[in-house]
Ligand binder design. Structure first.
Ligand SMILES: Cc1ncc(COP(=O)(O)O)c(C=O)c1O
Length: 844
């Protein structure tokens, strides 16, 4: 029995499994006109949004012809056809791509190709998705229940099936796929024995079975009837044969890149907009060869890369990229399941739940955060970022707070309650906390810290009482275990006790520091964690996992999900009540298979291997701290607990800005600044996966050398004279010819630097200006300890090439300094800050 449908140039034939009969029963195929099908499907989809039920599917399988055509060959169940046709589209892989031009030519010159899908009840379905220009699948979806596609430019809404149909689909496994030239349908059995590629051997071999390779080869034959194999097909996209070659090449490329990364500049030597003139205005019409693409990558893209894995990259925090993690992502990308529900890919969900319990236990979280612990309502989930973790906990706490407030005042409006909600964090909290409050439309009180940059519980307590007295409702507080600026650790226990007493949801943000807890010697930092409602950490920072992988645990998963559940029928399935559906635990619906990389890395390193890695970073940070402490030019500004050391040259902020910008501009090393206790400090973070003592010594040498150069220049009489001259230029004291002479000298210098293609500063002085807020600018001009001439020098340098070039190295990590322009805009906006004295930020 066959079902067929014409997709432009393609007939699709569906056959019920019949192990003894592998040939199509042509008499029962029903070629349909694309236009009529498209129209019917559209209409049908509009009328029957959820029409494709398992029972219908079964019925169709039982008596297809009856239900599908009348005496005039008109279709009576277009809905079911659409479901099946979309099924077909799902079972052909995306990698079967056809260039638009070639496909068009098949319209006029070549016979219509035929896709032949056999259905059987045996296991191991072969899944694939067709994709050609006439019938492009725009939304590759794993469950065949929520996609849209275009068929001959008609938008055809995919029918939405429920869990039953999905299960039925599984029971009616599709395990045979064959694509043939329509001309050859009558010789179908011959094709079963056709010559196909043995990709392991790279040579042709004979198969009796349809497999992925024969699908590819046969499909090629459909569209390129004169060609015998994929290798002979006109070039388009990448077939699996080429993939095997290119994939291996890429692995070598990556290994070479990482092995020789130390020979590169850390930061790129490009200016904003460098790429635009080098790429065509429009996307290429014709397919391009892979070699050309990679050549362009090397020539155009690589020069604009900041090398985060470079041993002299000491900015921000580490970006994990262990090999097993890269491999896991590769596999996950290939599987390409979108695990928004258990049914969408059971192992994707189940592995995630188990990994979160593994990790939770490994870092010493109590049972109440675990999914599988007895009597626990808790559990963990992988989110895309720490910012997302923070936001969803604020939203969950907000939901709960509004619910509780309505119990007290049933007639109160949600909006009135929302206006009273107030959240808390310290000055050192990450900017994502501020962002979460903005998105959540709640007030945020930002509290001062103690001498170690930790939240002050006494201040929290006082603020809560004051706010309550004013009619506010304290509902959420975020503390940090390893702050971004300086890795300070807020006291979980004392803050936790206050939050518990006041019914405030306490969230612990351990985005970076959390990974340290895998070592038992750091777990003392968790004291009081049982008082928290949620906790997040980023293994993609400091646990060797590639971005993205942010872990969030909650003690009450129902409180989390009640704020986020929206449950359209098409996403429901028959196990909804028994299984976790992670789409309710976060903002996006679609989710990558991220737990795979956790699983690979944890197993491949073992907890011991991960501990070793963390301890090495902490030990090296201590080494760096010691080197700096022994050098009397420097001071250490933070308590070094993890892999981060904050230091500064003894002297002004300006001096330190110059030091950092000089180092960054050199491309030899990369660090970012922070603002600690109103002082500009330089953050040195141990980031490289394989960092060694030599790397630390080398880093210290670079900093030391640049500092010596800077101090020498600042102190030299010669530079003083130069500065005076520059000052005169700026103030217009020079005569016209003197000015011309000066400008000429300066532009010559700039063009030499341009030719050299790098911002060389050793032996000279290259200075970037760090953008400042208006307040900082004023402070700098009035209070700076440095002589005036340095400021003058700064002003002059603002106009220089170096200043323009340094844009990309002016990225900063301090939460309050992310984008000075935004800070400036915010400080100008009277709406943003309700009360500068109280430190409360209001969303309106
Ligand atoms: C303490 C802390 N929290 C949150 C974040 C934000 O992380 P993400 O980029 O995953 O949103 C960072 C980033 O560095 C951080 O250091």
């Amino acid at each position: 029995m066959c079902y067929s449908r014409l997709f432009g140039d393609c007939h699709l034939f569906f056959r019920k499994a019949n192990s003894s009969d592998q040939s199509p029963d042509l008499d029962e195929t029903v070629p349909l006109k694309e236009s009529s099908v498209g129209d019917n499907v559209n209409e049908s989809c509009n009328n029957h949004k959820l029409a494709f039920k398992s029972t219908e599917y079964e019925k169709l399988m039982e008596s297809p012809t009856k239900s599908r055509r009348d005496s005039s060959n008109n279709i009576h169940q277009p809905t079911t056809f659409a479901s099946i046709s979309s099924l077909v589209r799902d079972i052909f892989r995306n990698d079967l791509k056809y260039p638009a031009a070639t496909t068009q030519s098949t319209k006029s010159n070549t016979p219509s190709p035929t896709l032949d899908i056999k259905l059987s009840s045996s296991s191991n379905p072969t899944k694939a998705t067709t994709n050609n220009s006439n019938n492009s699948l725009t939304n590759h979806h794993p469950t065949c229940n929520c996609s849209t596609f275009n068929g001959n430019n008609n938008n055809v809404n995919r029918l939405k099936s429920n869990g039953d149909s999905l299960n039925n689909f599984n029971s009616k496994r599709i395990n045979r796929i064959k694509i043939k030239d329509e001309k050859k349908l009558d010789t179908d059995d011959d094709d079963n024995n056709d010559t196909n590629y043995d990709h392991n051997q790279g040579v042709k071999s004979s198969h009796n079975h349809y497999d992925d390779h024969s699908i590819q080869a046969n499909f090629t034959k459909c569209f390129y009837p004169d060609k015998k194999s994929t290798s002979e097909a006109p070039f388009c996209g990448m077939d699996s044969k080429e993939w095997r070659v290119r994939g291996k090449e890429m692995v070598d490329y990556i290994a070479n890149y990482l092995e020789t990364i130390d020979q590169r500049r850390v930061t790129p030597n490009v200016e904003p907009g460098y790429l635009k003139p080098q790429l065509p205005e429009e996307a290429p019409l014709k397919a391009e060869q892979w070699d050309t693409i990679m050549e362009d990558f090397n020539k155009l893209i690589m020069p604009g890369i900041t090398h985060w894995q470079h041993p002299r990259f000491h900015a921000y925090f580490p970006a994990g990229n262990a090999y097993p993690s890269i491999l896991a992502d590769m596999l996950s990308d290939a599987i390409s399941c979108i695990g928004f529900s258990w049914a969408a890919s059971p192992s994707c969900t189940e592995l995630e739940t188990i990994m979160l319990d593994w990790m939770g236990r490994a870092i010493g979280l109590p049972d109440k955060f675990m999914c599988f612990a007895e009597n626990s309502k808790g559990g963990g989930v992988i989110e895309g970022s720490a910012s997302e973790c923070i936001l969803v906990t604020l939203l969950a706490a907000r939901y709960e707070a509004v619910k509780q407030a309505k119990k007290q005042e049933p007639n109160a409006k949600d909006t009135d309650i929302l206006g009273k909600l107030i959240a808390y964090c310290s000055k050192e909290a990450h900017s994502s906390v501020e962002k979460a409050a903005m998105i959540g439309f709640v007030k945020l009180r930002i509290l001062d810290t103690d001498e170690k940059f930790r939240m002050r519980p006494d201040l929290l307590e006082k603020s809560i009482q004051e706010d309550k007295a004013q009619g506010f409702i304290p509902f959420w507080a975020a503390i940090t275990l390893g702050s971004t600026s300086c890795c300070s650790v807020d006291p979980v226990d004392s803050v936790g006790m206050i939050c518990q007493k006041e019914g405030v949801w306490l969230h612990v943000d351990a985005a970076y520091g959390g990974s340290s807890l895998i070592c038992p010697e750091f777990q003392y930092l968790l004291k009081g964690i049982e008082l928290a409602s949620s906790f997040n950490m980023n293994p993609n920072k400091w646990m060797l996992i590639n971005f993205d992988c942010s872990l969030l645990w909650v003690t009450d998963r129902f409180k989390l999900t009640q704020a986020l559940v929206v449950d359209p029928l098409y996403l429901q399935h028959s196990y909804s009540d028994k299984a976790i559906d992670y789409r309710h635990w976060g903002i996006p619906l679609s989710r990558r298979f991220r737990s795979l990389k956790l699983w690979f890395v944890i197993r491949n390193y073992g907890i011991e291997g991960l501990q070793k890695y963390i301890r090495n970073h902490c030990r090296l940070a201590k080494k760096f701290e010691n080197l700096m402490r022994q050098d009397e030019r420097f001071e250490i500004m933070n308590e070094v607990i993890f892999g981060l050391v904050c230091f500064r040259l003894k002297g002004s902020d300006t001096l330190n800005k110059k030091l950092l910008s000089s180092i960054n501009a050199s491309g030899e090393m990369h660090m970012v600044p922070a603002n600690l206790g109103n002082k500009y400090v330089i953050r040195f973070c141990v980031c490289s996966q394989h960092a060694t003592e030599d790397d630390i010594s080398a880093a210290y040498e670079i900093i030391s050398q640049f500092s010596a150069n800077l101090l020498a220049i600042i102190g030299s009489e010669e530079s003083m004279a130069a500065l005076q001259q520059q000052q005169a230029v700026i103030q217009g004291d020079l005569t016209g010819s003197q000015q011309q002479q000066f400008t000429k000298q300066e532009s010559q210098k700039s063009s030499i630097e341009e030719k050299e293609g790098s911002i060389e500063i050793k032996g000279g002085l290259s200075i970037d200006k760090i953008e400042t807020t208006p307040e900082e600018e004023t402070k700098k001009e009035t209070e700076d300890e440095m002589p005036d001439e340095v400021i003058v020098f700064d002003r002059k340098i603002n106009t220089s090439l170096k200043y323009r070039r340094s844009f990309f190295v002016r990225m900063v990590s301090d939460p309050k300094l992310y984008n000075p322009k935004i800070v400036k805009a915010l400080s100008c906006s009277s709406d943003q800050t309700d009360d500068k004295d109280t430190g409360i930020l209001s969303p309106i």
